[in-house]
Design a protein around this ligand. Structure first.
Ligand code: AOF
Ligand code: ZN
Length: 366
């Protein structure tokens, strides 16, 4: 018995989604895009966006001299209609004789936003959008956040003991989780466009915040440091670091930071603090679609307090630490109704530890 058409379409769209994943960590700030071309019931070509600046997924699939007339093209994102770094994909799809396009979602990029679909239809091509839309939107959640809300997708990451500790009272936190969890954490870093910490973590741990134990490029390092107290000897001091201050540091400090290749941002907020919305929009302007917040408790609490957390990735060690420094600072909740509940929470075993992930109920719909 033949499969229903929708099942067949879903099968090929899943293929496009998994091809798209091959660009992870390499295409940002552009989207992850995969494409499968099917003719007479067989896959005749595949493509994906390999790296920023390279051809789009559809263009890669349509390279060469094959006869694509009458074929169906599956792609997780609407084909583009604009000329950017590369020529637009929608006219190319029409030129190559594709007769049907199945796209997972409409492109939120203001240069496209439905124009690709209209252009294809004007050329007489049958177009369907919204197949496996939730999966397609999740894949490009950072790209969507940046294009629709002007801020990155924010993930809070932590490594905790079973009783919720991020460090002993002495400050010791190396290492709560085992080597497998730590290398997976580096992988999360490699998939993020930027990593953010506060000045407490910077002075206590002197982290490098690079991707070391695994594959991946190192993300931009962002430091919330209102008084600019980062030592010039710190591992983070230098190129690839954005320091966010309240703007009160002297010109001398600014000049030497710039000489060291650092990027500076003044984002003063209320009560002498920093404004997280300003920080996030400045990161989005720098092309950051995904941000990993790595602590400590003060920074994590402020992201939760302002409802700016889109997902949580907590590594949980089966270890009891007793009196400890908690993962998040005080959130002043007085009833269970106010606490932050994760939707669709999942658990994975990672070596001797567990990774719990979920999306806070307050995160805006994708
Ligand atoms: C990609 N890869 O496979 C597809 C994209 O800066 P440009 O010229 O590369 O254009 C980027 C825009 O093109 C992007 O925001 C999205 O709207 C559209 N589609 N982009 O990088 C792809 N299909
Ligand atoms: Zn394109």
């Amino acid at each position: 018995m033949a499969l229903p058409k929708k099942k067949i379409d879903e099968y090929y769209m899943r293929g496009a989604l998994s091809l798209a994943l091959r660009g992870t960590g390499k295409v940002s700030p552009n989207p992850l895009v995969g494409c499968v071309v099917v003719k007479d019931g067989s896959v005749v070509s595949r493509g994906w966006h390999r790296a920023f600046g390279l051809p789009h997924g559809e263009a890669m699939a349509l390279e060469g001299k094959k006869d694509f007339r009458g074929a169906t093209l599956y792609v997780n994102l609407e084909p583009c209609s604009h000329t950017g770094k590369t020529p637009p994909c929608a006219p190319l799809i029409a030129e190559r004789g594709i007769s049907r396009v199945v796209a997972g979602m409409v492109d939120p990029d203001p240069r496209v936003q439905g124009r690709g679909v209209s252009l294809l239809r004007e050329k007489g091509i049958e177009v369907e959008t919204g197949l496996l839309e939730a999966e397609c939107r999740w894949l490009n959640r950072g790209f969507i956040r940046r294009n629709t809300l002007g801020r990155p997708w924010v993930t809070v990451k932590g490594a905790l003991s079973l009783d919720g500790g991020m460090a002993l009272e002495s400050g010791e936190s190396k290492w709560i989780t085992g080597p497998s969890a730590r290398s997976l954490a580096h992988l999360l870093r490699g998939e993020s466009d930027a990593v953010l910490i506060g000045t407490g973590t910077a002075s206590k741990d002197d982290p490098e915040l690079t991707v070391r134990s695994t594959w991946g490029r190192s993300p931009l390092r962002a430091l919330l440091d209102s008084r600019f107290s980062l030592s010039e000897k710190a591992k983070m001091y230098g190129r690839g670091t954005l320091v966010v201050t309240d703007g009160s540091e002297g010109e001398e400090k600014r000049a030497s930071a710039r000489r060291a290749g650092m990027d500076l941002l003044a984002a003063p907020g209320e009560h002498g603090g920093l404004s997280l919305p300003l920080v996030l929009s400045a990161l989005a302007e720098r092309g950051v679609s995904t941000l990993l917040v790595e602590g400590g408790p003060g920074v994590i609490a402020s992201f939760f307090r302002e409802g700016l957390v889109d997902s949580v990735s907590l590594f949980l060690s089966p270890r009891i630490m007793g009196r400890n420094l908690p993962f998040s600072g005080d959130l002043s909740f007085s009833s269970m109704g106010e606490t932050i509940m994760l939707k669709n929470a999942s658990v994975k075993e990672v070596g001797e530890d567990f990774l719990i992930e979920g999306v806070p109920a307050c995160s805006p719909a994708l």
